[in-house]
Design a protein around this ligand. Structure first.
Ligand code: ARG
Length: 258
C-alpha cells in the first residue's frame, strides 16, 4: 500500500475524476488507515508500504503498479502520461524486495492487477480503456498460464477490478453490463459461480472491495452484494472509500497483493 500523503484529484483520466471535486485530505487519510488496519487486524495480512511521491497523486492505487506472481513482478506501463512517473518507483521497490522485474513489450500498455485477476488458477484480464489485449498475451506467456481476455465496454468501469472480483476458487462478483457481449458469455461460461451485482451497487464500487482469504471489506451502500458475499462464507466489513471514489477507485485499487 502507499499512504495517501500526496493523494488528490489533480487531473482527469477517468469519468469519476473532476478537478472541481476536491478530496478531503484528512478524511482520505482516515479511510486509508481504516483499510490498512482492517487488513492487518481482521484479515491477518502483512502490509508493506511504499513511500508516496509528490506530484504522483494516483500512486495510492498500488493495484496498478504491476502484477506480482511468485518471484516475478510484471511492471506496468500506464496508458496516461500523468501516471507514467509512478513506474520507476514501483519497479525500484520490487527490485529491492527481491523480485525479478519483467515487462510486456513496448509500446504495449499494461495496468497491472487493476486489469489482471486470478480466479483459482485462471487468469482473467480486462482490456480496452487501459491495458492492451496483446499485453496480456505477454503476461500469460511470462507466467505460463492460460488467460481469458475480457473486453470492457463502459468507460465508468475502465479497469477489470471495477466490475469483476474473485471471492474464492470458484465465485466472483461481476457487473455483466460493463463487459462487451462476448466477454459476458465468456464470464458466464467460465466462472463456476458468477454473482451478479446490481447496477446501483456496481456504481458504488461493489466489485472493488478487498477480498483477503475469508474476509471482505466492501464499500458502503452495497447490501445486496454484502449478503451474497456472506452467503459464500466470507465475513463482511463495510468501509467508506468516498474520497478515493472521487479519483475512480475504492478499496481494491489501494492494495497490490503478493
Ligand atoms: N485515478 C486512477 C486512474 O484513473 C484510479 C485507479 C484505480 N485503480 C484501479 N485498479 N481500478 O488511473
Amino acid at each position: 500500500m502507499c499512504p495517501p500523503k500526496h493523494f488528490e484529484v489533480a487531473y482527469e483520466i477517468n469519468p469519476w475524476m473532476s478537478v472541481e471535486r476536491r478530496v478531503n485530505q484528512a478524511l482520505a487519510q482516515k479511510q486509508w488507515q481504516a483499510l490498512h488496519d482492517w487488513l492487518v487486524h481482521t484479515a491477518g495480512a502483512q502490509v508493506e508500504l511504499i513511500d508516496p511521491m509528490p506530484g504522483l497523486p494516483d500512486m495510492v492505487f498500488t493495484a496498478n503498479a504491476g502484477l506480482a506472481a511468485g518471484k516475478n513482478f510484471i511492471r506496468s506501463r500506464f496508458r496516461h502520461r500523468e501516471r507514467r512517473g509512478e513506474e520507476a518507483h514501483f519497479e525500484k521497490w520490487f527490485k529491492q524486495h527481491g523480485f525479478k522485474i519483467r515487462s510486456v513489450p513496448e509500446p504495449l500498455i499494461f495496468e497491472g492487477e487493476g486489469d489482471a485477476l486470478f480466479l483459482g488458477r485462471d487468469l482473467y484480464t480486462g482490456f480496452h480503456f487501459r491495458s492492451d489485449l496483446e499485453a496480456h498475451d505477454a503476461v500469460a506467456g511470462i507466467l505460463r498460464v492460460e488467460y481469458e481476455g475480457l473486453e470492457l465496454a463502459d468507460k465508468r468501469f475502465y479497469h477489470l477490478d471495477t466490475c469483476f472480483a474473485p471471492l474464492n476458487e470458484k465465485s466472483a462478483l461481476v457487473f455483466l453490463e460493463a463487459f462487451a457481449p462476448y466477454a459476458r458469455l465468456t464470464l458466464l461460461e467460465m466462472v463456476p459461480d458468477p454473482v451478479s451485482v446490481p447496477e446501483a451497487e456496481a456504481l458504488r464500487f461493489a466489485c472493488n472491495g478487498v477480498i483477503a482469504g475469508s474476509h471482505a471489506a466492501l464499500p458502503l451502500g452495497c447490501p445486496v452484494t454484502a449478503q451474497a458475499v456472506r452467503d459464500r462464507g466470507l465475513t463482511v466489513t463495510e468501509l467508506d472509500f468516498s474520497e478515493f471514489i472521487k479519483a475512480g477507485g475504492a478499496g481494491k485499487c489501494l492494495v497490490l497483493s503478493f
